[in-house]
Design a protein around this ligand. Sequence first.
Ligand SMILES: N[C@@H](CC(=O)c1ccccc1NC=O)C(=O)O
Ligand SMILES: [Zn+2]
Ligand SMILES: [Zn+2]
Length: 207
Amino acid sequence: MQVFDISRPLLTGVPTWPGDTPFTYVVNWPKAESGSVNVGKLAMSIHTGTHVDAPFHFDDDGRKMMDLDVELYIGVARVIDVSGKSSIGAEDLLQLDLTGVTRLLLRTGSWTDPTRFPEEICHLRADLPSFLAEKGIRLIGVDVPSVDPLDSKELHAHHGLHQHDIHILEGLLLDHVEPGDYELIALPLPLVEADGSPVRAVLRTIK
Ligand SMILES: N[C@@H](CC(=O)c1ccccc1NC=O)C(=O)O
Ligand SMILES: [Zn+2]
Ligand SMILES: [Zn+2]
């Protein structure tokens, strides 16, 4: 059994959405002062690195992190390669047999420099959510900061996925993983009021 870490490392300088809270970690209470332990303090945006979105992120009346079904973030997931495309719609996935797939991770390869926030990414087209829902998919994962174009204010993909009860996992690292079926573990933190959560996402080979 092999485990692939598909999470982006969180460290000072990690790319964030333009204008968003920078990531900081400091030892706020060092052992030399406390006498026994180093105690760290963390500040970050929910949407930095590998994370899940809760519907409240794009809908004031939407559910928050703790209201979402934790089961969806654990279980068999299929990784597919869709690199080289500027967007993904139903047409791009028509040839695939997605029978029995609940969690689908798209390797777009469109975030080429992990040290910088991308200028352009592969996004999901408006016809994809209903197509995925028909196939029974409940969670979609992408290796880019958003399922919508970076400058989108309408967030058609976010809203469409939510309407079809499909959960969103963003900012994965999939370059080092071959397409196929794995067990996904990407548990969000129990942030009761939050619009999402950072996750540690891993893929475990099956058998
Ligand atoms: N929808 C994006 C986040 C996003 O749009 C965003 C995140 C932080 C600060 C600003 C953002 N969008 C601004 O237009 C996401 O789901 O990660
Ligand atoms: Zn997000
Ligand atoms: Zn999002």
